[in-house]
Design a protein around this ligand. Sequence first.
Ligand code: NAD
Ligand code: GLY
Length: 388
Amino acid sequence: MRSAEKKIEVGVRIPGEAAEYRIACGSGLLDSIGEVIRSATGDVRRVAVISNRKVFGLYGERVELSLKQAGVSVSSFMIGDGERFKTLKTAEKILAILNSEGIKRSDAVVALGGGVIGDAAGFAASLHLRGVALIQLPTTLLAMIDSSVGGKTGVNSSFGKNLIGTFHQPTAVIADVDVLATLDPRELSAGLFEAIKHGAISGERLLRTTEKMIDARGHDPKFIEASTRETFAKGIAEHVKFKASIVKGDAREAVGDVGNRSRKILNFGHTLAHALELATNYRYLKHGEAVGHGVIFAAELSKRLELLPPDSINFLNDVVHRVGGLPAVNKIDFEAVLSALSNDKKSRGGSIEWVLLEGIGRPEIVSDKTFPVGLLRSSLKAYLESTR
Ligand code: NAD
Ligand code: GLY
């Protein structure tokens, strides 16, 4: 049964970009995608939908039908499922498709899937003919609250995660919460960990909103009740508003900006997360789970540097546990994680700017050059072992 459309809209205006783009969050939006895309793109005639077999098998037919009913011609293409397919090779494959399908400057790419699809299809859309319109149809919680918004696109490579990429803002984002009903529970948890990241740097209000989502999911894991979908639609809109407020002020993550409203704060938890993912060849942890570990570790580091009071770290730990806990990382090769961190350091010109916390909602960017000798090594060893 399909639910009636009910949506909350958030507008994002990036300085220097021609137009504002709209992010629609709600229930029952999938069947109106054609109309939304027509109005957002100024009468686009043709789109290439990029997805994977799993997501397309669930939602592709409805997306195609809605586009066709709106008079848009559609061709759909599948890429591999999973982080290990977020590569230059996949981007090249998408570029070859856009070329052979004759996608023109006035046409659009639609990314139907989680963050992997959004990042890889977005990257290809930014390169094809030097940039064509990109519509994000995020289907994971993580993609709804984070990766579909803000214009970062990219792929992984042997030198690290997301180190090859572009900034390419979407023309529209449409997040239909009904699709979360088919998401694997572990993937939903991964999205909630990324939501906790936003709450930790934004403030107690967004953390409380996140707790409401955690509780709603706890009593209705299949999103059967309209009230659960409403809690998620409202929560996602709050997260998107927060992310947009940061992106608007620093859309391209200015190199020298280390202020507490710089876009860099959105990388809270990501320094360790990327190292854990690289050290395990992107196969052991979900991205959001790696971020969950990164959040707790960054908070631990903040405590060791006497920035963060112990009650704040207890609060964060408590929210993480309410999601259901994180997979242990004590068996991951410690030296491999350190080596991934030091590769990251090399590619960033010799130091890593860690996003730490002085309190909930009070991020601070701190260079590892200022850390006492041995702090990172001893804290990391203690943290990995503590997760057994
Ligand atoms: P994902 O894209 O791999 O999706 C997770 C899994 O869920 C996949 O197997 C997918 O096929 C499946 N799936 C997706 N939607 C589904 C649905 N509705 N029902 C059933 N199954 C569904 O993972 P993700 O967590 O969405 O995204 C992680 C990626 O996002 C990482 O590569 C990360 O680097 C990136 N990211 C990018 C940004 C950004 O600003 N660009 C921000 C955060 C994360
Ligand atoms: N997810 C980090 C950013 O968008 O900047």
